[in-house]
Ligand binder design. Structure first.
Ligand code: GTP
Ligand code: MG
Length: 136
């Protein structure tokens, strides 16, 4: 078995989609083993998105991710890292496949940052690194 980090991003919390995200995780058969509200500061987000800090979109990503509380969820199950990425769908919510969280619940809003409802770790190594950051 393995674990992954899921974040319900500020747009998901504002739009009252916490329960919808949790329901999809649970219906798929994965287990929620820890969960909390977090209002992250800049240094936590720089650590979390270390691969993106030098990209041109990083300032708007940072502003979006600090725009309100998030829900951090520790999810467990066999191949859950890959499995949750599949549930979440591709990064861009306009083109994410219907049936996925981003495809069903997200869209472009004309904002500088891509608002795509959830984050999921992209590898088992990222999952271990990110879980250590969010659940210290
Ligand atoms: P996360 O689960 O949030 O990590 O998304 P992801 O793994 O699908 O995408 P990635 O890690 O590549 O990018 C992290 C976040 O940065 C995305 O969710 C977007 O909000 C934002 N982002 C990524 N690429 C771009 C881009 O080309 N332009 C803009 N404006 N934002 C981007
Ligand atoms: Mg990512």
């Amino acid at each position: 078995t393995e674990q992954t980090l899921v974040l319900v991003k500020p747009d998901g919390v504002r739009r009252n989609l916490i329960g919808e995200v949790i329901a999809r995780i649970e219906r798929k058969g994965y287990s929620i083993v820890d969960l909390k509200f977090v209002q992250p500061n800049e240094s936590l987000l720089r650590e979390h998105y270390e691969e993106h800090v030098d990209k041109p979109f990083f300032p708007s990503l940072l502003e979006f991710m600090m725009s309100g509380p998030m829900v951090a969820i520790r999810v467990e199950g066999d191949r859950v890292v890959e499995g949750f990425r599949s549930l979440a769908g591709e990064t861009n919510p306009t083109t994410a496949a219907p049936g996925t969280i981003r495809g069903d619940l997200g869209r472009d809003w004309g904002t500088a940052a891509i608002e795509n409802v959830v984050h999921g770790s992209d590898s088992t190594l990222s999952a271990e690194r990110e879980l250590a950051i969010w659940f210290k």
